[in-house]
Design a protein. Sequence first.
Length: 298
Amino acid sequence: MKNRKLKTSAKLLLFILLILLVIIVFLLFKKDDKKDTKKTNNNEQTENNNKKEKPSEPVKPKNKYEDGKYYLEKNLERYENYDNANPGLCRDEVIKRVNSGLDKTWYVDVEPTDLSKGNLVIVNKLHYVDQNFEPDNLVSMSGYGNGYLVKDAHDAYVELYNAAKADGMNLIITTSYRNYGFQSTLYYNYVNRDGQESADTYSARPGYSEHHTGLAVDLSTPSLTNAFTEFIYTDEYKWMQNNCYKYGFIQRYTDENQYITGYQPEAWHYRYVGKDVAKYIYENNITYEEYYAYFVEK
């Protein structure tokens, strides 16, 4: 009987110890869980504080040229330099001049033109063609005047000529494609007569003439004795002013853009650029230099 009581007491004690062990383990686990929770909360709070304390990235301010219609990011430094050297110009005028290359020196800061541009190739006082260059697909302008044009320009001019004739106009081409040798003879005759500085205002140096591309024509009428001085007063000139863009041509050198092109106004000189380009230039009253920089070269 006594042994049975001892066994019962032992079992009861063992049970109580087991309960105590479970309680101790539970309390220890809960304590660790609180520590982990507190640690997590502390970490989150620290992270939040770091986020609050970290300064925000400064917003990069716009430069003064960025909203200009023909702004080119690659020219930003050139805009700034030209602006500093020519104070008083408005933003858009700075953009216009730099895009047109007026921050460079004519016939000094030159480069060969990119012939891959096809009918949109640019030849001016900063871009030249090699002396041996001859455009492909030259077509005779026989029946319309002198010389040759590349086929696209030829076909466009025939369309223009027929439209002008239907309106009672009588156009004739006095000169079109000129090779290097032709232009060289012409230019140096002017230099010998008037001096180089003067000649450069109305004649292109060899290699720098649009006529070398086969995309340009000089126009007159059969009744004129001097197109250089008389064509501007003709009905044909007025017709060209209002209609040439419809057939892909632009008057290349005007009084308004003389400071951009470097040439005196030429009422008789027209350049083929294609209908869409000519229409844009006509409607937006910009030079080909501006158009080329923003839409072709870009």
